[in-house]
Design a protein around this ligand. Structure first.
Ligand code: GDP
Ligand code: ZN
Length: 458
């Protein structure tokens, strides 16, 4: 962390402005080599946290590269807690790269993905769950995703975890006192009281683990597979849902060789819908191929939207498909309900007992509101509506599960009146898991994993 890093902090391409960010001990000396305030002003009189107008010049040729606003941040009052300089220039990819090159030539090193946030974490400005929340905020695709990331960034989860951590630490210090002064060994009543305290923490951890379902839905949305034989209207349905979404952001292109994935927001949540038949639509497509793709899509799906054509009778392909989705979470959709019905509901109900099918029309939009209602309700089934801390990642869930497992041993040993040393070992294990979750202790590999998910410049 001794060196000074720099990167373009805005997306590459053309836009209104771009920002080159520099962080580290030499941020200001490096920027000073390139920046000329206008009207002229001595570099050491440029105030922090104020935008100063000026030019970036090539130090060799003195040629002006861009007209910019510069903001200087003094450690520790910056994103990274280091000295930081932001150069706000015009939004062209070449000019941004050119300024960055001059900054690098003047002594900075190109930042790794997420390195600014990594420094913020290493300098103690954010804990690990807050650093993760920065990535979540950037990737947020719905209001719930955004709200959950903001709450985590502001420290809601950290606060809860730190509270639990401190309570366990208090129990540990009682134990350690008893270990240091064995003549005053703990009475059984004291151990019982400690077991009670640990149980209370354990209960709260279990409640936190139970929020993972909600947290995952907020952060990642639901994976939905659109399945059905060719020509039943899968792509039309996907387009109709996208239209309802009226997305304010450009669609997320996830097209791969034979699968099309689209993000669709429903109210404050979002779905990742995979259209299995994807790009190829030949009706003569061999059945096995269709089934193979369907199977693969179903593996990763939280829910399948099974599309049938209501305007033609059930055939062998439909039956194959219905066998395939049997027992999996799915909604049965009878599309083309704007046309005369040919599909025999009775036969369908016999072949596929369970949830009543929903009549829709991708063309007229009939039934889509009901479909969205049902999807929304199903997603939030069993999710408490409270505003409490929520965990959002498998990393959180695993660490909490490990902690509560160690705490179960602690309680057992206390109840069984086992030695204090034994209890302390398990209690330490639980503390390590909670501490690791917050980043109090960490291994480089974990940091690499977390920060690799970031873009360069964040
Ligand atoms: P996919 O192969 O399952 O993706 O089916 P498509 O979405 O490509 O639709 C196949 C054909 O059915 C197209 O000609 C659509 O215009 C038509 N279609 C799709 N949905 C409806 C609907 O709700 N009503 C009617 N009448 N036609 C539809
Ligand atoms: Zn299609």
């Amino acid at each position: 962390m001794d060196d000074t890093i720099a990167a373009i902090a805005t997306p590459l391409g053309e836009g209104g402005i771009h920002i080159v960010r520099i962080s580290g001990k030499n941020a200001w000396p490096i920027a000073s080599k390139l920046f000329r305030a206008a009207p002229p002003q001595a570099t050491d009189s440029i105030p922090p946290l104020k935008a100063t107008f000026g030019h970036i010049v090539d130090p060799e040729t003195q040629r002006v590269l861009d007209e910019v606003l510069l903001i200087r941040f003094e450690a520790p009052r910056s994103y990274t807690c280091e000295d930081v300089v932001e150069i706000h220039g015009h939004g062209g990819a070449f000019v941004a790269a050119r300024i960055l090159q001059s900054v690098l030539d003047a002594g900075a090193r190109l930042a790794q993905p997420g390195e600014f946030t990594r420094r913020a974490f290493l300098n103690g400005r954010l804990d690990l769950t807050q650093a993760e929340a920065v990535a979540d905020l950037i990737h947020a695709a719905s209001d719930k995703a955004l709200a959950s990331a903001v709450s985590q960034l502001q420290g809601k989860l950290s606060e809860t975890l730190n509270g639990l951590y401190d309570r366990l630490l208090a129990v540990l210090s009682q134990l350690e006192a008893a270990i240091d002064f064995p003549e005053e060994g703990l009475e059984f009543e004291r151990k019982q009281a400690m077991a009670g305290q640990v149980r209370a923490v354990q209960k709260e951890i279990d409640q936190l683990i139970a929020t993972f379902r909600a947290g995952r839905i907020y952060r990642e949305g639901w994976n939905v597979a659109l399945v059905g034989k060719p020509n039943v209207g899968k792509s039309s349905l996907l387009n109709a849902l996208l239209k309802e979404d009226r997305a304010i952001v450009t669609p997320h292109p996830g097209t791969t060789r034979d699968v099309l994935e689209e993000r669709v927001r429903i109210r404050d949540l979002h779905l990742n819908i995979v259209d299995t038949a994807g790009i190829r639509h030949q009706p003569e497509e061999i059945e096995e191929e269709g089934i193979r793709r369907t199977r693969r899509a179903l593996e990763k799906a939280d829910l399948a939207l099974v599309v049938l054509d209501a305007s033609s009778p059930l055939d062998g392909n439909d039956t194959l498909l219905l066998d395939e989705v049997k027992g999996k979470p799915c909604f049965l959709l009878l599309n083309k309900s704007d046309r005369p019905a040919q599909l025999d509901i009775q036969t369908l109900a016999q072949k596929f007992p369970g949830e009543a099918p929903l009549n829709i029309s991708a063309t007229t939009g009939a039934g889509l509101d009901t479909l969205v209602d049902r999807l929304y309700t199903r997603m939030l089934e069993g999710v408490p509506s409270g505003e409490g801390a929520v965990i959002t990642r498998e990393r959180h869930r695993a660490a909490l599960a490990n902690a509560t497992e160690a705490l179960a041993n602690v309680v057992n040993s206390l109840d069984g009146d086992l030695s204090e040393d034994l209890v302390a070992v398990d209690l330490n294990t639980a503390l390590e898991h909670l501490g690791g979750l917050l980043g109090k202790t960490f291994v480089e590999d974990l940091l690499d994993q977390i920060f690799d998910d970031f873009c360069i410049g964040k």
